[in-house]
Ligand binder design. Structure first.
Ligand code: AMP
Length: 437
């Protein structure tokens, strides 16, 4: 299917062509016509599927056609993080560059003044994180009663981050009559509940099976002692000549420490996490994107929604506690059809976490055991051997087969004993029937 078959205006098709997109991604070919026909949408799509354009393009088209008053807020996109708000905001500007619409981003960590000034000048589209938007609403800086279209982007993340009450408060400020689009990478009971209260006969769109890692991502793990992880990481980056690698740690402190250690190993690195100022986070991301730093070390929350084109390597320096976070992390690579590798460094006390992840993925991650690291002077060499571990899917199947066969055995035993029972009863009754014989 071509973009021109989706009913988008010439201005939007021009902007899409300038991005070099050959054809719509599956989420785009399903969502764009549905949004244009003013349906509510419940879409299961991870980052990397092209979901931003899937809601931004039809949103821009509807706004440019709408008879509503120009430069009053008519579309509101809510995102869980500042970074995602900035990225969605950029996409809105990029795709809408030939349209006379104004958009702005509202998020915390920066001054209210410039945002207020933009609001006063007038704006058609607001891309915002919930907290700062409520601050502006509380100070009567923004009137949301003219919103016609609401988008909740990465709704599962927003719930994980405790934004449910903020979302409800914002929804109460919107007119009842409006179109709603909800995008979520995973479904939970809470998401279903939110969708039920918010969406009106939504069209459900599912582009990737739930909770599965992007198919283009090659996954690998190294079983390694905790104290050797850092040396192994430096070795992998140097030997593989990785120029752009996103590394996940569990804590902010761990992210800082690792970035410093990598720098000491001669590998340029920056850390990005919630304790860093917005300016420092934006700078680190920009440096990473333009290749000024090779390694970006991030915590889960800071990395949410980061869109870095064709990111080739993701490393889990530590496994996440929540298996779904593994899927989100590795979704940063292999985006929109590009190849990528996700490598996890797993030490003995993370085995239980690995089991949880493999269960969720319903597959085993290929493992290489690092038996030691030797320093041969110039380079550190990793000694490896392949480890054989049972595939959880096979274990599950075998278990199922065992249960089935033991059920069959039990059923056969029961049948046999029933038969024997019947036989002896028959014999008895036969005896009863022929007492006189
Ligand atoms: P998203 O899932 O919205 O974060 O998008 C992931 C990446 O895919 C972004 O870098 C987009 O620029 C890119 N992208 C979006 N739509 C297309 C398309 N139709 N063809 C190729 N790349 C795309």
């Amino acid at each position: 299917m071509a973009f021109s078959a989706l009913g988008l205006s010439a201005e939007l098709l021009r902007a899409v062509a300038a991005q070099g997109y050959a054809r719509p991604t599956p989420i785009q070919s399903q969502a764009i016509p549905a949004v244009l026909s003013r349906r509510d949408i419940l879409a299961g799509a991870q980052t990397g599927t092209g979901k931003t354009a899937a809601f931004t393009l039809p949103m821009l088209q509807l706004l440019s056609e709408s008879t509503g008053q120009h430069h009053l807020p008519r579309s509101l996109v809510l995102t869980p993080t500042r970074e995602l708000a900035a990225q969605v905001g950029e996409s809105v500007s990029t795709y809408g560059r030939h349209l006379p619409l104004r958009s702005m981003q509202i998020f915390g960590g920066v001054g209210m003044g410039p945002q207020l000034a933009q609001l006063r000048r007038g704006v058609d589209i607001i891309v915002a994180t919930p907290g700062r938007l409520l601050d502006h609403a509380g100070q009567h800086n923004v009137d949301l009663s003219t919103i016609e279209l609401l988008v909740l982007d990465e709704a599962d993340r927003m719930l994980d981050m405790g934004f449910i009450h903020d979302i409800r408060r914002i929804v109460n400020l919107l007119p009842r009559e409006r179109q709603n689009l909800l995008f979520s990478a995973t479904y939970s009971r809470e998401i279903e509940q939110l969708a039920k209260g918010l969406l009106n006969h939504p069209q459900r769109i599912e582009v990737a099976p739930r909770n599965t890692a992007a198919e283009t991502v090659k996954q690998l793990m190294y079983s390694v002692a905790k104290e050797q992880k850092r040396a192994l990481l430096s070795h992998l980056i140097r030997c593989g000549d990785w120029q752009q690698v996103l590394v996940f740690t569990r804590t902010k402190h761990g992210a800082n420490r690792l970035a410093q250690q990598l720098e000491r190993d001669g590998i340029t690195a920056a850390a990005i996490h919630g304790n860093k100022s917005q300016g420092a986070r934006t700078r680190a991301l920009a440096d990473f994107k333009r290749g000024a730093v090779r390694t970006l070390v991030a915590t889960d929350i800071a990395a949410r929604g980061l869109d870095i084109d064709r990111l080739p390597q993701v490393v889990n320096f530590e496994l996440p506690h929540v298996p779904e976070d593994y899927v989100h992390r590795i979704g940063r690579t292999g985006r929109a059809g590009a190849e990528g590798t996700a490598i996890s460094l797993v030490c003995a006390d993370e085995r239980a976490l690995l089991v949880g992840i493999e269960k969720l993925l319903e597959r085993r991650i290929k493992c290489e055991v690092v038996t030691g690291l030797e320093n041969d002077g110039a380079t550190t060499v990793a000694l490896r051997s392949n480890e054989r571990r049972p595939n959880p899917e096979h274990v599950q199947r075998k278990k199922h087969a065992r249960t089935q066969s033991s059920n069959r055995d039990r059923a056969a035993r029961d049948a046999a004993s029933r038969h024997r029972g019947r036989g002896s009863r028959t014999a008895n009754s036969g005896n009863k029937r022929s007492p006189g014989i």
